[in-house]
Design a protein around this ligand. Structure first.
Ligand SMILES: Nc1ncnc2c1ncn2[C@@H]1O[C@H](COP(=O)(O)OP(=O)(O)OP(=O)(O)O)[C@@H](O)[C@H]1O
Ligand SMILES: [Mg+2]
Length: 512
């Protein structure tokens, strides 16, 4: 049975497979290689996924969900969600567990369920193309995805009836697509600028080994932000001349965003384009229209700060890994945004070499996922991935200080153990919180989980020795186990309420 590779993108999803040793993208019945990651619900209660749904974006924006990947595994009150909230054309709200959910008509759907629907659609697409059922997949995720985002991606696949044989980091997948079938030995940088996320990874490749040296990224920097910047500019100008705030007109807002994206794409090949939106606020006056020329020079001026953000990340990645730009033999461009001439130019200037544009920026990640799927399925060591964790994992100690347990860029899989004890006589449980991020204090990092170690045998303080082991698997997902070192009894490790703080003063000591 074939195992497929899926690039579940913020804007577009691509599915691929390796057949007789040849990686290939699975096309839909119209010969298209990607599917818009969009879901809509019509008034009759029918769901649509992909192109039909995307066509609804500017017709019924409030019933059309796009970029759900940005909300995946995100708390509603997180800075990221709050930042994009005013710009969303559909409604989101907090779920019972304070995560983000999307209102589609009367229905409240989690981003995981929306991702599952998209995955199910490409699963069916693959089954139709291959003429047999598909039950397993390798799915790509932004290298910078945290534990929760990875878990939710896996969960979405399960809901779609797919067992995930591995999650693969998107830039690593692109590197696989680039190096597969060649015998090159090189140090490459993969610069991946997609619809919602930016990733940069540096890898050494050679003899079938893909060794990730460092990775970094921003899961809230992508083409969407460029569209928004253009749309904001148009709305500002309109407001100056008419005093009408288009921000409160959801239909107008979405039409402008669509036109902004279209203009941005046109300006990758043209020098100027016309943004022409008649009857933009028909409720107020059908005569109001937007009609303006946008030049590539204006677009570039507007978007340069966004591209600069990507280089700030590159700089951090290079510095933290002790890499120099001279170490890079080749820069590979991935993601639809890298078609933009401004990005290509700025990449060339920053790295000091002309980027390689030979691989298809829309398909490389899906193809790489398929190559990994094939390699895992055949138990073949044609490709060996040595990937890393993107963010430091730490544990909270007294005073809200985070003690790093596994530093970022550590190779996966990885396991680390620490011994904990109690601070009171006959203490029955201890609470342990795990954080992800580079800050020294809990408030600067993301809380991954709070665990309660319960059922500790009655003893004097400091006597029980409980060894807690954190394991990160090859997909970058964390699991926790605990054992009482004296009785060798495993302790129950339970995720407790996220809002529960570590009330106990914990003593932790390094394991010898
Ligand atoms: N010719 C082009 N010029 C400029 N931008 C483009 C062009 N073609 C596509 N894009 C932009 O690329 C983005 C989509 O890229 P891509 O399909 O790689 O993203 P994705 O994989 O869905 O997202 P992510 O990787 O962030 O999850 C969109 O913002 C789109 O507007
Ligand atoms: Mg992508």
């Amino acid at each position: 049975m074939p195992v497929i590779g899926i690039d579940l993108g913020t804007s577009n999803t691509c599915v691929a497979v390796v057949k007789n040793g040849v990686p290939q993208v699975i096309l839909d019945d119209k010969g298209r290689s990607t599917l818009p990651s969009v879901m809509s619900l019509n008034k009759k209660g029918q769901f649509f996924i992909g192109y039909l749904a995307k066509a609804q974006m500017s017709v019924q924006p409030e019933r059309t969900v796009h970029s759900a990947k940005r909300l995946l595994g995100q708390r509603f009150d997180s800075e990221e969600v709050q930042r994009i909230l005013p710009f969303l054309s559909y409604s989101i709200m907090p779920s019972q567990d304070q995560m983000t959910c999307v209102m589609l008509g009367e229905q409240c759907l989690s981003p995981t369920e929306i991702s599952a629907a998209i995955l199910k659609k490409v699963k069916t697409l693959a089954e139709n193309a291959l003429g047999e059922p598909v039950h397993q997949a390798v799915i790509s995720v932004p290298a910078h995805f945290d534990n929760k985002q990875r878990q939710e991606t896996k969960h979405a696949a399960e809901l779609a009836g797919l067992e995930v044989t591995r999650l693969i980091n998107e830039p690593t997948a692109a590197a696989l697509a680039y190096g597969y079938g060649t015998d090159m030995t090189k140090t490459i940088a993969v610069y991946d600028f997609g619809g919602g996320t930016f990733d940069i990874s540096v890898l050494e490749i050679g003899e079938g080994i893909y060794n990730v040296l460092a990775t970094g990224g921003d899961t809230f920097l992508g083409g969407n932000d460029f569209n928004q910047a253009i749309a904001d500019k148009i709305c500002d100008r309109f407001k100056k001349t008419t005093r009408i705030d288009l921000g409160i007109h959801s239909l107008a807002k979405q039409r402008i965003l669509d036109a902004a994206e279209f203009a941005k794409m046109q300006l990758s090949s043209a020098d100027q384009t016309l943004i022409d939106l008649p009857g933009i606020v028909p409720d107020i006056d059908p005569k109001y229209a937007i009609r303006e020329v946008l030049t590539r020079a204006e677009l570039e001026k507007l978007c340069t700060p966004l591209v600069e953000r990507s280089f700030k990340i590159c700089r951090n990645v290079f510095e933290s890994a002790g890499l120099k730009k001279d170490d890079i033999d080749e820069v590979i461009l991935v993601g639809g945004m890298t078609r933009m001439p401004l990005i290509r130019r700025m990449v060339r200037d920053w790295f000091g070499i002309a980027p390689n544009t030979a691989i298809n920026p829309d398909e490389a990640v899906g193809i790489g996922a398929a190559i990994q799927a094939m390699a895992l399925d055949n138990d073949e060591d044609v490709v060996l991935l040595l990937d890393v964790i993107p963010l430091t994992l730490s544990i909270e100690t007294a005073g809200g200080v985070c003690i790093p347990l596994i530093p970022k860029n550590t190779k996966v899989p990885h396991r680390v153990s620490r011994v904990f004890t109690t601070s009171r006589d006959n203490q029955e449980s201890v609470i342990i919180s795990i954080f992800q991020g580079e800050g020294r204090h809990v408030e600067d990092n993301t809380r991954l989980a709070t665990f309660e170690l319960s059922g500790i045998r009655p003893a004097r303080r400091m006597e029980p020795q409980i060894e807690v082991s954190l394991r990160i698997d090859v997909s970058g997902i964390l699991s926790v186990t605990a054992i009482d070192l004296e009785t060798k009894q495993s302790q129950s490790v339970q995720v407790v309420d996220m809002s529960m703080r570590a009330l106990e003063a914990l003593e932790s000591e390094e394991q010898p």
